[in-house]
Design a protein. Structure first.
Length: 95
C-alpha cells in the first residue's frame, strides 16, 4: 500500500524549509517561495528518478544556496510538522 505522505499523513510547511535555507541565500524566504516550484527536477526527485545529490544541486542553483548537502537536508526536513491524528488512526486500523 502506498500513501501520499505530505499533507495526507503528515502536515507539511514549505515556509519552514525556506526560512531555514534563507540564511544560505541572498534571497529572503518570501523571495524563495516564488522561486521554489514543482518543476521537472522536483517531480523526478519525488518519483525517485534522480539521485538526491542532483536534487540538492538543483536547489542550490534555483535558490542561490551556498551550503552543504547536510544543511539542505536539514532544511528540507523542516517541512515535516506533525502527523494528522485522524489519518494515523485510519492507517493503524488497516491490516
Amino acid at each position: 500500500m502506498l500513501f501520499d505522505f505530505g499533507n495526507v499523513v503528515i502536515d507539511i510547511d514549505t515556509h519552514r524549509t525556506l526560512r531555514a535555507w534563507a540564511e544560505y541565500s541572498p534571497h529572503t524566504a518570501a523571495e524563495m517561495a516564488s522561486l521554489f516550484v514543482a518543476d521537472e527536477v522536483y517531480e523526478r526527485h519525488e518519483r525517485g528518478e534522480i539521485k538526491e545529490t542532483e536534487f540538492y544541486a538543483h536547489m542550490r542553483n534555483t535558490l542561490s544556496l551556498e551550503t552543504s548537502d547536510d544543511a539542505i537536508i536539514a532544511g528540507w526536513n523542516r517541512l515535516l510538522v506533525e502527523p494528522f491524528d485522524e489519518t494515523v488512526q485510519v492507517i493503524s486500523k488497516i491490516n
